[in-house]
Design a protein around this ligand. Structure first.
Ligand SMILES: *[C@@H]1O[C@H](CO)[C@@H](O)[C@H](O)[C@H]1NC(C)=O
Ligand SMILES: *[C@@H]1O[C@H](CO)[C@@H](O)[C@H](O)[C@H]1NC(C)=O
Ligand SMILES: *[C@@H]1O[C@H](CO)[C@@H](O)[C@H](O)[C@H]1NC(C)=O
Ligand SMILES: *[C@@H]1O[C@H](CO)[C@@H](O)[C@H](O)[C@H]1NC(C)=O
Length: 476
């Protein structure tokens, strides 16, 4: 979700979002803070039986699929779901897939479970509260948050509510991720000012995953946006705030292990990623809002930190805003690990969006996919969806990141959705460093943009992704 100058104007009209409290980040500089050194353990726990257990996939290699996904999207498209009252009766957000290849979908009006053939198995209605985050599956329960300040758990089999805890008056309508591990559920909450971009989630709340009891809370230096915590060991996790500062936190106590980087006073709806090389990647914009959103070429920064101690390893300037989380993994025909970084100034007529792929060890540029240019005043599906959404009483527009979060499949193909509606499969088949032609670029037009909680989910023979109004499933 986004609030650029245009979006903020439209949003303010609709009383959904305001943009103020912008600070001058120029003087703040690049801060580097470091607490004590932590040893790294990346052991596994046993909740990995689900094919895509969270919106961002499975611990420890988030955003990387164990299976190949279909490349020829047009030929392998199997089914889609949108609300029976019409495409714009709800907004669809995040997906998870269980061990039996059932698909769970979060949406503005609740959560739904489908079997792999598209039959709806249950639905959990949430209105007037909206479920905006991607859900997680853990020990037979599905975890979510809603805008009325609740974190909740549903029985995966029945959809019955098992517990619901009000952790704050409000939780932001931005699109984050509910993540669970070691019996602890994490959620961002406490949506209010101040922040570099109006109201935002001020704290991280940990809950007992089986009872919903509140455990500890952590308040980052700057609020979070599209909160995406990633577990990095048996007992800790990393995340970044909206200024790009990274935190490593003890999961059982909420104690800070280290924090590093970021640019105070700035906003991104990007997130962090962790590689099997024990490096954390984080993004920030270089200029404060609303200045940062006035040009498609407003630069940002991609930084790499040592997971053990938060030491900065390298950072590079991105030529467009790094407004989503990268994926780190093995990309087809490239040596070692790569960072797949979607770049885009969203909700900006005439702005082109790119995907850059960098060398994970050095930050060196490896290839660029030049994506489409935003042709309308708003992103695909938003203008035509506004009347229907206002009538139904859900958020009037999606206004999301320019790209979904990217996923890398087992063959090194990159899957990512663009704000102009195309869902892409990208691979450098001939290894020439250029992504071009039908053997390298496959696209499927969903006719809508993709929320920040949208991250292509992969199971054996199956690929699922939600645009801002429909769920699309591909099979091979
Ligand atoms: C959660 O609550 C259960 C039941 O009270 C308890 O046994 C368990 O230790 C708690 N877990 C955590 C992480 O606090
Ligand atoms: C996290 O806190 C627990 C409880 O105090 C402690 O046993 C554990 O060593 C801590 N882990 C790290 C990585 O600091
Ligand atoms: C960030 O900037 C704000 C306002 O300029 C200032 O009050 C705050 O102390 C800064 N925070 C850090 C961690 O530097
Ligand atoms: C990270 O830091 C640890 C200890 O401080 C060191 O052993 C390790 O080599 C560093 N990793 C990288 C990728 O620099």
């Amino acid at each position: 979700m986004q609030s650029t100058s245009l979006a903020a104007l439209l949003c303010a009209l609709a009383h959904t979002l305001a943009t103020e409290d912008c600070q001058d980040a120029e003087s703040a500089g690049f801060s580097f803070l470091q607490a004590h050194v932590v040893t790294t353990s990346r052991g596994s726990e046993g909740e990995a039986q689900h094919h895509w257990a969270s919106g961002r996939g499975n611990f420890p290699e988030y955003a990387v699929a164990k299976h190949p996904a279909p490349f020829n999207l047009a030929e392998t498209f199997a089914w889609e779901w949108h609300h029976p009252l019409g495409r714009f009766a709800t907004l669809t957000y995040g997906t998870a897939i269980d061990a039996e290849s059932n698909i769970y979908l979060s949406a503005a009006d609740g959560v739904r479970k489908f079997d792999q053939h598209g039959k709806m198995l249950w639905e959990y209605p949430s209105l007037p509260a909206e479920v905006m985050n991607a859900p997680s599956l853990y020990n037979g329960l599905l975890y979510g948050s809603d805008t009325h300040g609740h974190v909740f758990a549903l029985d995966m089999q029945t959809g019955n509510l098992m517990w619901k805890t009000r952790v704050a008056e409000n939780i932001g309508q931005d699109n984050g991720f509910n993540m669970v591990r070691a019996g602890i559920a994490l959620a961002a909450c406490d949506w209010r000012k101040p922040s570099p971009n109006g109201e935002a989630n001020q704290r991280i709340q940990a809950l007992n995953a089986s009872t919903g009891d509140e455990l500890w809370m952590f308040k980052p230096d700057t609020p979070v946006w599209n909160f995406l915590p990633l577990f990095v060991g048996d007992n800790d996790f990393v995340f970044q705030d909206m200024s790009g500062k990274v935190y490593r936190i003890n999961l059982s106590t909420g104690a800070l292990l280290w924090k590093a980087g970021g640019r105070n006073g700035t906003w991104t709806d990007g997130g962090s990623a962790v590689g099997p090389n024990n490096v954390v990647y984080a993004v920030n914009n270089n200029h404060p809002m609303p200045q940062a959103s006035t040009s498609e070429y407003s630069p940002g920064t991609l930084s790499a930190y040592n997971l053990t101690d938060g030491q900065l390893l390298w950072s590079i300037t991105t030529p467009r805003p790094p407004n989503n989380a990268p994926a780190v993994g093995r990309v087809k025909n490239l040596e070692g690990l790569s960072v797949v970084m979607p770049l885009c100034q969203q909700v900006h007529i005439g702005a082109t969006c790119d995907v850059h792929v960098y060398d994970a060890e050095t930050g060196g540029l490896r290839w660029i996919f030049h994506g489409p240019t935003q042709t309308g005043l708003l992103q695909a599906g938003d203008m035509e969806g506004a009347p229907g959404r206002l009538m139904r009483g859900v958020r009037w527009a999606c206004l999301p990141n320019g790209w979904s979060a990217p996923t890398i499949d087992a063959e090194g193909t990159v899957f990512v959705g663009n704000e102009e509606g195309n869902f892409y499969a990208l691979k450098d088949t001939d290894g020439n460093g250029v992504i071009w032609g039908k053997d390298e670029v496959a696209a499927f037009d969903t006719k809508a943009s993709f929320s920040g909680s949208s991250s292509p989910a992969v199971a054996p023979g199956l690929l699922a992704v939600a645009s801002c109004d429909s769920l699309f499933v591909f099979k091979h």
